[in-house]
Design a protein around this ligand. Sequence first.
Ligand SMILES: Cc1ncc(COP(=O)(O)O)c(C=O)c1O
Length: 477
Amino acid sequence: MAVAAPRTGWPDALDIGPAGGLRLDGVDLAGLAADRGTPLWAVSRSTVESNFDRLLAAFRARYANLEIAYSIKAHNTLAVMRVLHARGARIDASAEFEVGMALAAGVPAGDIILNGNGKSDAALEQAARLGMRQVNVDSLDEAGRLQAIAARLGTRVRCLVRVQLTYAELLANDPAFEITLRIGEGKFGNNVGTGQAMATIESVVRAPSLEFMGLSHHVGFSGYMGDYTPERELGHHRDATRELASFANEASRRFDVPIRRLDLGGGFRTGGQVLLSTPGAGADVAFHPVPTAEQYADAVFGTLEAELDAARPGAADGERPLVQFETGGWQIADAVVLLARVAEVKDVGAAGAPPRRRYVVIDGSMMMFVARGMMRVGFPVVLVDRPTVEVAPVPVEVVGQTCVYDSVAEDIHLPPVARGDVVALLHQGAYCETESTQFNGFPRPEVVLLDRGRTIVVKRRETLADVGGRDILPADL
Ligand SMILES: Cc1ncc(COP(=O)(O)O)c(C=O)c1O
């Protein structure tokens, strides 16, 4: 059973106000729930900004020629994109729909990276027309289609070739990564092992309307099971970076082209800890520490610098490639809380005996963080008006109201709660709002940005018209 120590995983912006209630960015959360209704996602502006600043500072301290893009799939509220872009972040977009969102946020095309597999011709044409920062080319076929489109438009497109590594060293160090690899190895990027990657690089290098800039790769966050350790995760970044850099050197020599950009993807998490259990097992639920920005920097740049210098002995910093990251979870994971109100409390167990388990039904739902829920990635749950009160000994299951497996938090401890109480689910930033659904007809919550005591509505609450508005009921049916 997961017992969170008081304040486990709290971002700096989360504190207790003078009246004893929970505050985020200076905003009293009980008052916020009363004013704006629940469920509600509240984004801490100061946390988003400080997360980004911390990673940038730690990475730039190790390697000067560096930029970080915000991967908007993690949380795509336009206001958050604008806040991060104003801070110096580029934007990483998967497919034309996310490009459209970034443009709507006011981000210039030159700051938007187009990523993703199976890109449509429309997406490629948009990138070529707008002069986007780069296209991370996912296949040989895509390189051919992009060349034809760019030639037709009379333009040149900056390209990185996305590679899927062999992970030989990573797998030797961590054979269990094979399970994760199965999901992604054939789906994304150009496979290094089969020779696809070299073939696509050659095609881009020789394409007159494409400008070969370098390589991209994303190993991803590995915290999806109870066997997560920060050492394993750092090892993944270290081994993948070494293989990518050495492959980049090989490609550079083979085609006699410089590597001007290396995009090392994302996969970092903030919040200091992550609550995990193994899907289907569940008994191993526990908080695990996640690496710091400096530890991530050591893992990546220790190997990267050695590889780059081996390829070009004596190269000055200015001659090294621009190193890029596309991180989502890092900026946003612990910057968002989901406020939900208790709708009902039900105890189960034998008559006359202390309850075996207590079900706390809330107006929030696992449908607000579907993928994380399926993977059993948990989060601390805090009562907003009694954040540090001693917990009751009865194991609590927090559940939503939808008619499927809707376990919000399993086997946790909470102080005694009653209908009307408000809970804050922490770490609701990464892959929550963007993966939420309207199952059972529940409209999706409002998103507010909290900014030094101010509350700014940045995404309105859905209405029933939003949920059913796409339906067409033929008159003659
Ligand atoms: C290609 C690519 N880049 C970046 C990211 C962002 O990952 P994270 O939010 O873990 O930083 C993802 C996430 O799936 C991705 O697929």
